[in-house]
Design a protein around this ligand. Structure first.
Ligand code: ATP
Ligand code: MG
Ligand code: MG
Length: 550
């Protein structure tokens, strides 16, 4: 812990504690329940939760549900599930911003009474026009100088449903000439005759994010309100709201750069389209990077934590390679999961000198690098399946697997020497033949000779048929994410490949989310939606080969 360097947020927190600005740390994760969480949100969750843990503070889970248009209860549940899965424990600190509507209303009344807010009748278009630009100051609204009494009455009318949507708004009275456009009399409240999932029809006015958020933070006594960079320009307004509403506790906003993955789609709009067009099979399709999708693909919370830690926290916008996420899951599963045999593209291997009808049960290590995972027995017999690419009739140089005359090791079993093959009319290999040497049994201590190739196999009569799904990026990486002409996504037509395969009988009983290494093929996870005990479906989480270097 002592040698570990601190990120800039931790340095700011240390400073605040040292200077007595705060005597404790309280962070929050405030999602809007309008969609599924993705890997970017995981960064924010683990960052906020991690800081609370590190400083012995509190972590609040708060649904920022102040905008009834897009919010749904369905998302509240999925967000909770994802955050729990990631291991961020909010204990009894679960909040809904809509529970503070009354307090927000009172804050607005207070601002009106102080002459700091007014009811404005300009249309949305006019408000935009009056706001000015980066180079031009804004123009004051003709309603800006209404009396406190008039404003109080009009605001109460707004609340009581006297006006239609868009007819009137409440605005902060700050400075129409401010170089920061966010400070040019921003809107605090709007009229919206809508049913809210939590408060029903109680309210027909709803607070804007820039007004609501600082109040939520102040009410909960959040100390460090961590958000992404696009809110940096809103910080003066955040501070203005906290100050003018006269909270005795002032939270502090700190911004960091969003997490972006190169050539990966995270935008809700795009994913929604992919779901609706049936290109992916839902928000948790294993090719997506929603937390639900990563979980279904077979990522673990530990791998995501490792990834987020490796990414670090900074103010500089950057994009991270997906290969880094793959590196993290390989590292996490390497010692934790059994390494078993599965043949993804099978061709039959017949051992002609092995007695017909006989079977022996060979012992195999579950994970050579981790003896704690124990051993298992694999049936071995005359007819096996091997990978089609592990045999070549006419091999190129440096091919050490099966070809006529060559001897290889069958993993966990014997040495076999290839004697030839059978082919169909089209020249496709249908059966490979070999003989085995009983002296060379694995574990017998045989040292008589060495072979260069080792291949895996499954016993044909005992193998279990299953389905595997092999994935590539949804996006055609050569072309980049978006089509230059129409802004649509450049999709990779090969992002999903489904295959029939054979796995060793020890996979029987594998349950949803169980994951394994298929030797030489990668890490695979039992699909939580489509797998059945008698029809297993595996998703490839990641192959074994890495393009990522730390
Ligand atoms: P999206 O539109 O991608 O869902 P959002 O900002 O609308 O993102 P919110 O529900 O408002 O989603 O986000 C909750 C929290 O997650 C916010 O504090 C936000 O800053 C943070 N967050 C969102 N996207 C990222 C990201 N890519 N990297 C880090 N934090 C993020
Ligand atoms: Mg969101
Ligand atoms: Mg948002």
């Amino acid at each position: 812990e002592t040698t570990e360097s601190k990120n800039f947020i931790e340095q700011e927190i240390d400073k605040d504690l040292r200077e007595g600005v705060y005597d404790h740390v309280c962070t929050r994760f405030p999602p809007e329940p309008n969609g599924y969480l993705h890997i970017g949100h995981a960064k924010s969750i683990l960052l906020n939760y991690g800081l609370a843990k590190k400083y012995n503070g509190e972590f609040h889970m708060r649904f920022d549900d102040t905008n009834p248009t897009k919010e749904r209860m369905e998302f509240v549940e999925s967000i909770k599930e994802d955050i729990k899965w990631l291991g961020a424990d909010w204990e009894d600190h679960l909040y809904f911003a809509s529970d503070y509507f009354e307090q927000m209303y009172e804050c607005a009344v207070k601002l009106i009474k102080k002459g700091k807010a007014y009811v404005c009748d300009l249309t949305p278009d006019e408000i935009r026009e009056y706001r000015g630009t980066l180079t031009e100051p804004g123009k004051e609204s003709p309603y800006r100088n209404r009396s406190v009494e008039e404003n109080l009455e009009l605001f109460e009318n707004m609340k009581n449903g006297v006006y239609k949507d868009g007819e009137k708004v409440l605005r902060a009275k700050i400075d129409m000439a401010s170089p920061n456009i966010n400070m040019r009399d921003p809107i605090l409240y709007r009229v919206a005759h809508m049913t809210h999932h939590n408060t029903g029809d109680k309210w027909c006015i709803y607070p804007m994010y820039d007004f609501a958020h600082p109040i939520e933070d102040a009410v909960e006594k959040i100390t460090h309100s961590i958000c992404t960079l696009e809110f940096e320009d809103h910080r003066p307004l955040y501070d203005w709201v906290v100050r003018e509403c006269e909270f005795d506790h002032g939270p502090r906003q700190i911004e960091f750069a969003k997490l972006y993955l190169t050539n990966v789609v995270t935008g809700k709009r795009y994913i929604k389209k992919l779901v609706e067009e049936g290109i992916v099979d839902g928000w948790d399709d294993p090719r997506l990077v929603s937390i639900a999708a990563l979980r279904r693909r077979g990522f673990t919370p530990e791998s995501i934590k490792m990834f987020v830690d490796l990414c670090g926290v900074s103010k500089a916008q950057s994009s991270v390679d997906y290969a880094m996420l793959e590196y993290c899951i390989r590292e996490d599963l390497k010692l934790k999961r059994p390494r078993m045999m599965a043949v993804l593209d099978p061709v039959k291997l017949v051992i002609d000198n092995y007695p017909e009808g006989e079977v022996e049960y060979l012992e195999a290590d579950n994970n050579l690098e981790n003896p704690e995972l124990g051993k298992r027995k694999v049936p071995f017999c005359r007819e096996l399946y091997i990978e089609r690419e592990d045999f070549m009739e006419e091999p190129p140089k440096k091919y050490f697997r099966l070809f006529p005359g060559n001897e290889v090791r069958l993993m966990n079993a014997y040495f076999v020497t290839c004697t030839g093959c059978e082919k169909d009319e089209d020249g496709n290999v249908t059966v490979v033949h070999c003989t085995y040497d009983p002296e060379t049994k694995c574990g017998s201590g045989f040292t008589g000779r060495k072979v260069k190739g080792t291949i895996h196999w499954v016993p044909a009569p005992y193998a279990v048929e299953a389905k595997v799904r092999l994935y590539e990026n949804l996006i055609d990486e050569e072309k980049g994410v978006y089509n230059k002409e129409d802004g649509s996504l450049n999709l990779n037509p090969n992002s999903l490949q489904t295959r029939k395969c054979f796995v060793e009988p020890n996979f029987q009983g594998a349950k949803a989310y169980d994951s394994f290494q298929f030797v030489r093929q990668g890490y695979f996870c039992v699909d939580a939606r489509d797998s059945r005990p008698d029809a297993l479906v595996f998703n490839r989480i990641v192959s074994l080969k890495s393009s990522f270097k730390l």
